[in-house]
Design a protein around this ligand. Sequence first.
Ligand code: FMN
Length: 203
Amino acid sequence: MKLLHIDSSILGDNSASRQLSSEVVKAWQTAEPTAVVTYRDLAADAISHFSSTTLVAAGTTAELRDAAQQHEAELSASTLAEFLAADAVVIAAPMYNFTIPTQLKAWIDRIAVAGQTFRYTEAGPEGLCGGKKVVIVSTSGGLHAGQATGVAHEEYLKVMFGFLGITDIEFVRAHGLAYGDEVRIKAMSDAHTQISEQLFAAA
Ligand SMILES: Cc1cc2nc3c(=O)[nH]c(=O)nc-3n(C[C@H](O)[C@H](O)[C@H](O)COP(=O)(O)O)c2cc1C
């Protein structure tokens, strides 16, 4: 099986979501030693934001594209191909300003492609990625689960991947990380336990 591992935190070695997403991947490899992992660090190697150049590139044949359009087309194609090839995706999604990092949104903009990952039918939209499993490592300084302040973070990701037809979505959470040492240590410890004891329990 092919596993795509996505990090998006800008906090480098101090990142909670990087630590946890790496643990998820290690646990996955232990459960499935033949898993082939592809890693993308969206903070170190940012994907450019959607622009008019991106859209024009998509509608222009390769021979007629200029260098900037060619770059955009190749970036879109490689990002989409990596996602399509993956059986499972582990996504580290910290909360920044009540939503996901802008780098992660830029990645999502490249994988939400009509005719490839979803399509519109007479009956409405249809997701085309139904066989994939997604594990989202959700970190935040505050506590937002079930509240309006969390809608653009976890709820958005559920809507987005649901739109692509993915129903197997699991969250590993470490929230309240800014609430002092005690809460932070407990939140990280609970996440470690979830990864080591529960994540692959049903597998
Ligand atoms: C730029 C920035 C914006 C943040 N905005 C929020 C926020 O809106 N709500 C919140 O609860 N925590 C916020 N935080 C705290 C992070 O969610 C918290 O530090 C978490 O650990 C981030 O995950 P990471 O360590 O993997 O980057 C913010 C942190 C940063 C750096």
